[in-house]
Design a binder for this molecule. Structure first.
Ligand code: ZN
Length: 197
């Protein structure tokens, strides 16, 4: 059952996500387990392969903060692919755990030349294929982890460490977490030139 407020939220959210996710199904309803709260369902094929925290981050970017604060602060979010149920969603790993492993994970990545290889891919300095572009996911980072022999069981923790440092896609790994990055330097040089009066 929907009341006017819930229908309004549903249509507002559809409007917010429409440009970035034209095919997304958005549903708002009173949560069955606690009808005092609103449950929001965002369903899109493009969430496939993304961690829950990444999906949430991409959506949050599209919703104005004041709208979120006024209408959604107490809502529950379920970001799903078309064939997932809310029960299928993994819980985010414990923040304290992520914090406690961060330095070690960064050291492992550095020792494996993970950041250097990603940097070279984005600069087009590898394989002669020209620079890669970011698809809003971790596809290039995952290929490098595989090549470095980092066990797939550990990937979730690796990426939660990187997300904890503000990286929610391949390019943000370089922009926000890499100790050194020529791609980042070039990005900021370009931004500085554009902003010159
Ligand atoms: Zn990116």
């Amino acid at each position: 059952m929907q009341d006017a407020r819930v229908s309004r939220i549903e249509s507002d959210l559809r409007e917010f996500v429409r440009t970035a996710y034209p095919g997304m199904v958005v549903r708002a309803e009173f949560w069955a387990r606690d009808p005092s709260r609103i449950a929001l369902f965002f369903i899109d094929e493009r969430f496939r392969g993304l961690y829950r925290r990444q999906r949430y981050h991409h959506l949050m970017h599209l919703i104005p903060k004041d709208y979120y604060d006024r209408n959604l602060a107490d809502s529950l979010w379920f970001e799903l692919t078309p064939d997932e149920d809310p029960e299928d969603l993994d819980d985010n790993p414990d923040e304290e755990l992520v914090e406690s492993i961060t330095l070690d994970v960064m050291a492992v990545l550095q020792a494996a030349c993970f950041f250097e290889v990603l940097d070279e891919l984005f600069l087009g300095a590898r394989d002669g294929d020209g620079p890669v572009s970011c698809s809003g996911d971790f596809r290039h980072a995952k290929c490098i982890l595989r090549r470095c022999g980092i066990d797939e069981w550990d990937w979730s923790e690796v990426f939660h460490v990187l997300m904890g440092r503000g990286a929610f896609c391949d390019c943000e790994i370089l922009l926000n977490t890499a100790p050194e990055s020529k791609f980042r330097a070039r990005h900021w040089k370009g931004a500085a030139q554009e902003s010159e009066c």
